[in-house]
Design a protein around this ligand. Structure first.
Ligand code: IPM
Ligand code: MN
Length: 355
């Protein structure tokens, strides 16, 4: 029997722990079902780590994350910590683990789920059959660029990319496109920013290795508009850290609810951190009404990308689809006809369908 995989859970703040519970339940069930040996542990990150350990992520947690085979993260942040300086905020814990583990490739799929077409604020025909993958650079750009400073009468950040940083994320995007619809749209602001002009040049160079992929460049303002006007024109979208952050929130509502969408953040060896795209939703935390499906689908991504186990990944995705088809819904995706369920009931239902 193969060595068991160690998965570190970092539930974090707000709805993070509720979501992580359900993801954990599904992980344990599905791995038992498929004889896939896992060991699970958990540690603190975010606001709760600031309160209990004095920093948004401790060095020992980073060490455990490095030794683990994969990491699951719930979410970080909340009003309680909003007044802290940027350098000490809960979000720093997430940025630090991304950077320390070199998780440069952030994959954020967005798809229309059958049965949820009416939940989206967009017309059914605009989103029906939609399937987009945003490939967001995650450990560079303006999020991490130096110098950065806040002074009393001015402040600045630095948007910087090196050749190798753009090359490696472009490679991920082209390879993803090869496995999908062979269309890639690289998003930038090359009409204004030097860093974008540079980005575009490198993406063009990498594209020579992938002649089958149809490459297009789009300015980020236009891309934001196109995403809500005609999202089905896209297959894979490649973007820098900040632009990808913004575009992935936009694309998440295309599927009906941000509560549905998972993400993977991968290093060069496809080891990764898996988390819902949504935040900590402090307004609904602790009420057991949050949608755990983004978290559960993040576990599916863990099997697909880190463990290269498409069978288990598809098993989870199919179970989620069946639950939705049966009309079960948490509040965020409910309509008049839905059978309204709680966070933990939704997790139970997914397990039920896995049986
Ligand atoms: C995300 C989040 C994070 C980001 C925050 C919490 C630092 O918005 O994962 O999209 O900006 O990357
Ligand atoms: Mn975001």
């Amino acid at each position: 029997m193969s060595k068991s995989k160690h998965i570190l859970f970092l539930p974090g703040d707000g709805i993070g722990p509720e979501i992580s519970n359900e993801a954990n339940k599904v992980l344990l069930y599905v791995s038992q079902k498929h004889d896939f040996d896992v060991e699970v542990s958990d540690r603190l990150i975010g606001g709760i780590a600031i309160d209990e350990e004095g920093s948004p992520i401790s060095d020992s947690t980073i060490e455990i994350a490095k030794e683990s085979d994969a990491v699951f993260l719930g979410g970080v942040g909340g009003p309680k910590w909003d007044s802290l300086e940027p350098a000490n905020k809960p979000e720093k814990g997430l940025l630090k683990i991304r950077s320390e583990l070199d998780l440069f490739a952030n994959l954020r799929p967005s798809m229309a789920f059958p049965g949820l077409e009416d939940t989206s604020s967009l017309k059914k025909e605009v989103i029906e059959g939609l399937n987009i993958l945003i490939v967001r650079e995650l450990t560079g750009g303006i999020y991490f660029g130096t110098p950065r400073e806040i002074k009393s009468d001015s402040a600045f950040n630095t948007m910087i990319y090196s050749t190798s940083e753009v090359e490696r994320i472009a490679e991920v995007a082209f390879k993803s496109a090869m496995k999908r619809g062979k269309k890639l749209c690289s998003v930038d602001k090359a009409n204004v920013l030097e860093v974008s002009e540079f980005w575009r040049g490198i993406v063009n160079k990498v594209s020579k290795k992938y002649p089958e992929v149809k490459l297009e460049h789009m300015l980020v303002d236009n891309a934001a508009m196109q995403l809500v006007q005609n999202p089905k024109q896209f297959d894979v979208i490649l973007s820098s850290n900040l632009f990808g952050d913004i575009l992935s929130d936009i694309s998440s509502i295309l599927s009906g609810s941000i509560g549905m969408l998972p993400s993977a953040s991968l290093d060069l060896n496809s080891k990764g951190l898996f988390e819902p795209v949504h935040g900590t939703a402090p307004d609904i935390a602790g009420k057991s009404i949050a949608n755990p499906l983004a978290g559960i689908l993040s576990i599916a991504m863990m099997f697909k990308y880190t463990f290269a186990n498409e069978t288990i990944s598809l098993d989870i995705e199919n179970a989620v689809e069946k639950v939705l088809k049966d009309g079960f819904a948490t509040r965020d995706i409910a309509n008049e006809k839905s059978k309204l369920v709680s966070t933990s009931e939704m997790g139970d239902l997914v397990i039920e369908k896995l049986k």
